[in-house]
Every structure is written in C-alpha cells, then in structure tokens.
Design a protein around this ligand. Structure first.
Ligand code: PGA
Length: 243
C-alpha cells in the first residue's frame, strides 16, 4: 500500500483527479470503477475542471459504479445513478451508454447480481477502482462480517451505514435497507486501486485498514493483499496511524 497524507484536502483531490486522468490519457479504452459518497465529490469537481479547462476527455471511457440502493428508482435524487449524473457524468463528454451502476431495476441482475461482474469482465476488467472508506471499515457496501463477500451481491446495510447515509435523506427511515454491491473479489480484480479518506470520523477505520489484522471485520484491510493500492488521506484521517 502506498500511503500519502495531505495537509490540504484540495491538493488531495487534485492528486486523486490526476491519478484518474492518467488512466484516461494513457489508455485507448480505459475502464474505471467509480464510487459515490461525500468523499469523491471534490475529486469529480476537479475532473470536471480538467475536462473544461484542459481538454481531458471521457469519450473513450467505460465506467462501472460500485453499488446502488435497492428500493429507490434511478430518478430518486439519492440513487447512486442520479448522484453520478449530477456529480460527474452530466458535466463531461462520456457517452450515456458507457457508464452504469448495478441495476436493481433489472430483474435479471437483481436475481443474479454476479451478472454485473460478467459485464465488467466483458469490458476488459477495471483498470482503476476508486474507493471511499466507511466509518466502519466498509468498502462499497461490504460491511464488517464473518467472511468476505466475493462477487456482486445483494446486501443488507448495517445500522451504522444507515445512520451515516441518513445525512443525504430527510430521516434515517428513508434510507434504503438493501443495496446491490460489488463484492471484495470484484474490487480486488481491479488492476489498480485508489482509496480516499478524509476526516476524523475515518481515523479508526484507516488505522484498522492499514495496521490492524486482515479480517472481514474490517473489509478494507484486505486491500493490503492487492499489489497496486494507493491511499490518499488527510491529516485527520491519518491521525491514529503509527509511524
Ligand atoms: P463518504 O462514504 O465518502 O460519504 O464518507 C464513504 C463510504 O461509505 O464508502
């Protein structure tokens, strides 16, 4: 794991955007794995700036998102489909049919979620997977558990994730209880992984991910077994790490 710690979040997001931009400019058909949540928003803003001001093009990109809630439609503003349109895809030149999220409205995918992994494989596999980190150590909706999930699957959200995500809804009751989520094997197959974590609320999970036991109780800890992972942290997220 390469770990970089930043005093200034703006520089962290600029660095993240440049790692993504490097995939776009060096590959003829890059496949991205993208994430939702509060953390990547500033990275997406920087990518939009690079598109508008420096000619970064998404015209040749394929993108697969990590997860999507079950039980709300794509039109719901907090669906991850709507999030990605609003935060990135409506503002860059990616073709509409070149990006997708796991689709709970597709009955075939809901019945057999690993169909999503087959679509990723058919596209050539993910070159760069962007990840956030849950306060509880989750990546995508792979929550702390007794064993690692493998491929894309239908998952129940834990109480701590429902609470963390309730800030995007009017109340915790409105947060969907289930999601389709890429599994740990789906994520580990990416050729390169970039994880971003900011703020004190992530410090315990960062410590467990980097210096704790590799365990399904901290799903992100498994990333230590991947050969090309870069972690970008702000000072607060890094505060519990021992040198
Ligand atoms: P956040 O969520 O970026 O909104 O903190 C990250 C996550 O839960 O994976």
């Amino acid at each position: 794991m390469k770990i970089e710690v930043f005093d200034d979040q703006k520089i962290l997001h600029r660095r993240a955007a440049l790692v993504i931009a490097a995939e776009l400019t060096t590959k003829s058909a890059p496949v991205l794995g993208l994430a939702t949540g509060g953390t990547p928003v500033a990275t997406y803003q920087e990518l939009i700036r690079l598109h508008r001001e420096e000619g970064l093009s998404f015209a040749h990109v394929r993108s697969f998102n990590l997860d999507e809630y079950v039980g709300i439609s794509y039109e719901h503003p907090e669906s991850y489909h709507a999030f990605m349109k609003r935060q990135l895809f409506d503002s860059v030149d990616i073709p509409d049919d070149a990006w997708q999220v796991p689709d709970p409205n597709n009955s075939e995918m809901l019945a057999r979620p690993s169909l999503y992994d087959e679509l990723i494989e058919a596209a050539g596999g993910i070159d760069l997977q962007l990840l956030g980190l849950g306060n509880n150590g989750h990546v995508a909706f792979n929550e702390p558990a007794d064993s690692f999930s493998e491929w894309t699957t239908r998952v129940a959200l834990t109480e701590s994730t429902i609470l963390a995500n309730s800030r995007f809804f009017d109340s915790p009751d409105e947060v969907p209880r289930e999601a389709l989520s890429m599994g740990i094997a789906s994520i580990m197959r990416a050729r390169k992984i970039l994880l971003l974590a900011c703020g004190e609320s992530k410090a315990k999970a960062v410590k467990a991910m980097v210096q704790g036991e590799i365990s399904a109780q901290c799903p992100a800890s498994v990333l230590r077994l991947h050969r090309d992972v870069t972690i970008l942290l702000d000072r607060d997220a890094a505060m519990l790490l021992e040198a």
